[in-house]
Every structure is written in C-alpha cells, then in structure tokens.
Design a protein around this ligand. Sequence first.
Ligand code: FAD
Length: 379
Amino acid sequence: MNFELTEEQIAVRDAARDFAKTELLPGVIERDTKQEFPMKQIRALGELGFMGMMVDPKYGGSGMDAVSYVLAMEEISKIDASCSVVMSVNNSLVCWGLETFANEEQKMKYLVPLASGKVHGAFCLSEPEAGSDATSQRTTAEDKGDYYLLNGTKNWITNGNTADTFLVIAQTDVEKGHRGINAFIVEKSWEGFQVGPKEDKLGIRGSDTHSIMFQDMKVPKENRIGEDGFGFKFAMKTLGGGRIGIASQALGIASGAYELALAYSKERKAFGTEIMNHQAIQFKLADMATEIEAARLLCMKAAWQKDNGESYELTSSMAKLFASETAMRTTVEAVQVHGGYGYVKEYHVERLMRDAKITQIYEGTSEIQRIVISRSVLK
Ligand SMILES: Cc1cc2nc3c(=O)[nH]c(=O)nc-3n(C[C@H](O)[C@H](O)[C@H](O)COP(=O)(O)OP(=O)(O)OC[C@H]3O[C@@H](n4cnc5c(N)ncnc54)[C@H](O)[C@@H]3O)c2cc1C
C-alpha cells in the first residue's frame, strides 16, 4: 500500500492552496454576509482547470484523477465552501454525469464549455415533495413525439441563478414508477424557464440556491440523456460519485477549522500560559486531528477506487457520512477553542461551523448514507 502523493498531485494541491489563500480569503467574510456569488473566483478556477478536473481533455477538461480532485476540494473548502460547492456540483454531478452517460453530440455541445469552466451547470433532482425520496418526482416530461413538454418545480438548486446548463430529472411515465423517469439537458434561455427567489441560508451563503420552475417548456428529444427511462439510474449513479466531492468539502471545512484552532491555541494566553498548554485544549486538538485524518483516508480510498475502476459507492457514502459528521464536530470545537472570538465573523470559525451543517444534508442526508451503508453491510 502506497500513501505517497505523486508530483502531479502535490502540484495540484499546492496550486489549490495558493489560489484559496490569495484569491478566496480576501473578501470571503463579505461575500458570506452579503450572500454574494463568487463569479470572478469561479471563472478563475475554470482557468486553472478546476471546473472539469477529471474530464478528458478532448472534452475541454483537465484529465486529472479523482485523488487530485479530493486534494483540490479540501484546499478550496478550507477557505471558502461557497466556492467549493459550485466546483463540486460542476465537476462531480454535471461534468461526470455528461461525460459518462451523454452521447458524443451532447458532450461536444454541452460538456466542452462546462468542463473548460467558461460556464457552469446545475443538477435538478430535488422537489418540494421529493428530497430523500427522489422517486416521488412530480415534475413531468410528457412525450410529444419530437419533444418533451416539461412542467414542474425543482427545489434547492445550487447555481440556480448563475448556471447556463441544467440537468433535469422528470417523470415521463407515472405507471412505470422510477423506471419511467428521464434526465434531460436544459438551457436556461429556453421559453418556460423561471428562477425563484434566492434562498436566505444558514451557511454556504455565497452560493446561490433557488427553486426552478418549468412551464410548458419544449425540450428537444435529442436532449434526453440515455435510453427512455434511464433518468433515475442516471441520478443515483451520478450522486454516488458526487458524494466524493461533498465528502472532500466536509473534510476541507473540518481541516480549515482545525488549522485555525491550532494556530489560535498557540497565541492566546489564559492563566499565565498559552491555551495549548491546557490539557482540555490539547485533547480537543488531538480528537480533531485524528478524526480529520480518518475522514481524509476515507475520501482518498473512495477516490483511489474510482481511479482504479473499482466499485466506490459504499466507500463514498462512508466518506460522506464520516467527513460531514467530523466537519460538524470539529467546527463546533474550533469555535470553543476560540472562546468569545470564535463567535464573531472576523475569526472565520463561526462561518465554517455554519457551512459544515449543509454537508450532513445535501447529496443524501446522514440518515440516507446510513441506509445505503447498512443495506450494503447486511447484504
Ligand atoms: C443549500 C442546499 C443546496 C442544495 N442543492 C441541491 C441541488 O443542487 N440539486 C438538488 O437536486 N438538490 C439540492 N439540495 C436538496 C437536498 O439534496 C435535499 O434537501 C436533501 O436530499 C434532503 O431532502 P429534503 O430536504 O426534502 O428532506 P426530507 O427528505 O424531507 O428529510 C427530512 C428528514 O427526514 C430524514 N429521512 C427521510 N427519509 C428517511 C428514511 N427513510 N429514514 C430515516 N430518515 C429519513 C432525513 O434524513 C431528514 O433528516 C440542496 C439543499 C440545500 C439545503
């Protein structure tokens, strides 16, 4: 077993670390406060090759491995999780979904601009009545011969107001249940597309989350992904890979908070000594470091399995569950290590604590990950 990173992987990690410090850190508090989408930063990430990291260069991507993706996601998430969610949705859900399941024509038309970071995409599965239970799709795509007629509402869509390309899951044949669901590539300029107001969120406030409404939208037949009825499988397979992205986001939020707590414990004095000399603080740091390392190993194992063509769905669920729970515990403790200073924006840890919470909810809640994992271990 070899835990060493290659020279290329180290270079990707260092580039992401450098970008996060120089381009994301300045202004991150202001963007969070004002709920400002980091458009300039997202386009710059595209120029670095980070918006289509694992996509084949012939489709505009960077052709990197999933381990590099985890490394980059951790570094970006340490500083700005609002930015890393945009990166994760575009890389793991939109680009991966298209590269794996779309046909050549669809890839040339849609994947190339998405993977090169000129535009970014959104993944529309959740609905007001369909979250964890994604089979209860109420959005309909009626087969009209040459086209599908799309009607319905999608909820909580990341990049809802800034994306150009939307992957939309909808029910075509109710009687066939989840086998009657399809996935479509939709352009925001098409008639019948409407964006709801921006959600006012607890965390990842720089990202834009909106409801999306479709009213009698005509979707050309050639924009369906895969065979008729492939949509639910498409969504589940895509989310399986997406979990590596969100697990790495959670890992980054945790390690960012830990690094801040560690540094602060060496500066802050109480009872005549730096607080790092109090055993209560030392034990908090020891627990944080141990859990973060375990989360990192799970993320890396899932990425390694993906890179080596092995089944990675179980490990990616474990990584997402463990890393997101670690992010929550670590960020709460990082605020505690900072005392009163941890409770104000200037010290960053309160934002990381708010950002951590979403990692236990989206792309499958912690409860849903436990269902996936227990099903597998009980098989
Ligand atoms: C900021 C944000 C961004 C998002 N981005 C996207 C996006 O880009 N695209 C997209 O499609 N969706 C997105 N989502 C939606 C997200 O994936 C869902 O919110 C999530 O899957 C949970 O669904 P729900 O909110 O309907 O909760 P529900 O499914 O109603 O769950 C409520 C509670 O019940 C629990 N629960 C449900 N079923 C079970 C069960 N069988 N056993 C045990 N417990 C259960 C859940 O774990 C949860 O605790 C986003 C959500 C947020 C908040």
